[in-house]
Write a protein that binds this ligand. Sequence first.
Ligand code: 13P
Length: 247
Amino acid sequence: MRMLVANWKMNHLRADLEAFASTFLQGYGAHPGVRVGVAPPFPLLAPAWAAFEGRGVEILGQNGHQEAKGAFTGEVSMAQLRDLGCAGVILGHSERRQFFGETDALLARKLPAARSNGLEPLLCVGERLEEREAGRTLEVLGSQLAILGDSGPGPLTLAYEPVWAIGTGRRAEPGQVAEAHHFIRVELVRHLGPAGESVPILYGGSVTPENFDELLAIPNVAGGLVGGASLDPTKFLALVRSAQVNV
Ligand code: 13P
């Protein structure tokens, strides 16, 4: 199964969403074997659901809280995401880890919270530049994936996003992507057994329509988690088409 997810981060207003949906949906047709998702900021979840309903585009949250409900001002629960029509939630994006202090221990609680509310977790892992330069990439990925050891069975998508490739225009080289994705596959099978074979592993970090075909040809790359290029409906459509052709 191929998969392409637009992570809009903290971008777009309602008018931008309407313009995006109008252009995107003129050119988009759902294709078996390719899942397409959009992860808008929280205030745009309901309008995104309305804009894409019935059109073969899943809606995802960018984050969700580990507790079911209560006094957590400014937070959004997994049940609230589900209530707005979300099919999944991004967990552990490097910007959450870097700017909001999210740890593996916290993510180990968010993962079951997402699943028990009917959301498929899209768990992000990836090394920082200094970790790669110190030769610690696989060690870092291994420790970030360790939370899967106790996670039990359930729906799951992985995303490998090297932090130094995010928003920099410097995407990882095919050999680096191949090595990381192979390692993630081995770890998935180690933690989850045979179910780990079929978990989609997306690549994220400066994905563009120009480099996506090459990335999709790499073993264990099931698709992309896209930031900057996903804000432009024409570029995102081009990425979707690449995934549909290469299915
Ligand atoms: P860019 O595609 O802008 O590099 O962002 C990648 C990303 O962080 C997606 O989650």
